[in-house]
Ligand binder design. Structure first.
Ligand code: CIR
Length: 255
């Protein structure tokens, strides 16, 4: 397995006041969120990752969602400028953590806005969701940073979801899990596509670690379809993160 460090951050006691865009606010059980986050981090360890904790940010309700703070590639890291103003300051401590792992660190600058949840990288291809949190200017900056390293960066239109990785994630070398109502499968011509079950629109967010996929128990029909495709799943309860409009990719940065 290539990536073996997973950076995570503790649940904020204020998580119930998180940003929400497409889902109704529901009470969040912080103790349960903490337990589920421990189990998620145990899953990462069981799959060969060393879990490193970014500094706690108890006053930032969305602090657990570290994925949005940085995009890490083999050669470099890009520190984002999150689209939600309440989240802008989460990135600084992530930059400090990443200094230990990457010599080259770049920053998205205003007027660019970028959430890491909008960035899907596979090999040298990078898709960037044009969501409410990420704009064309950030795509332009990503192209400027990444083209010299041989990456191809393209902006991707999205509908009705928070981030690109709410709509599509990689679940095996050649296979993407995708919700066709939220993103156009034709944007990924080099890949086979497994569609999420129609009753489970939020089911496209899966975290591939090595050859295993960390996947929420909350989407049983799609989990079954993944298993039928021969994908090995490591199931985790993720109810509290889902209430906060997050998923399994959002809670770690794999380095
Ligand atoms: C937010 O709206 O920013 C958080 N409540 C959820 C962020 C989830 N992050 C992700 O999908 N990468």
């Amino acid at each position: 397995m290539k990536k073996s460090i997973a950076i995570t951050r503790a649940v904020s006691p204020r998580m119930a006041s998180c940003e929400l865009t497409h889902v109704e606010r529901q009470p969040i059980n912080i103790a349960l969120a903490e337990k589920q986050h421990e189990e998620y981090q145990d899953a990462l360890r069981r799959l060969g990752c060393e879990v490193i904790h970014a500094p706690e940010l108890p006053f930032f309700p969305d602090a657990i969602f570290v994925e949005d703070c940085a995009v890490v590639l083999d050669e470099l890291a890009i520190i984002t400028r999150p689209g939600a103003e309440s989240r802008r300051e989460e990135v600084f401590s992530m930059a400090e953590v990443l200094e230990a792992y990457r010599e080259k660190i770049y920053y998205i600058e205003a007027p660019g806005i970028l959430d890491g949840g909008d960035v899907l990288c596979i090999g040298k291809q990078v898709w960037v969701g044009l969501s409410g949190r990420t704009n064309e200017e950030a795509v332009r900056q990503m192209q400027y940073i990444l083209t010299p390293y041989g990456y191809e960066v393209q902006g991707v239109p999205l509908t009705d979801c928070l981030h690109l990785k709410s709509a599509v994630t990689q679940v095996a070398d050649d296979l993407l899990l995708l919700n066709p109502d939220w993103v156009d499968a034709d944007l990924f011509p080099d890949f086979d596509i497994l569609e999420t079950h129609p009753d489970e629109p939020g089911a496209a967010n899966a975290l591939l670690v090595g050859e295993t996929v960390i996947y929420p128990t909350e989407f049983p029909e799609t989990a079954l379809a993944l298993t039928m495709e021969g994908i090995e799943l490591f199931l985790v309860d993720n109810s509290e993160v889902i209430k906060a409009e997050g998923g399994v990719t959002c809670c770690s940065v794999l380095v």
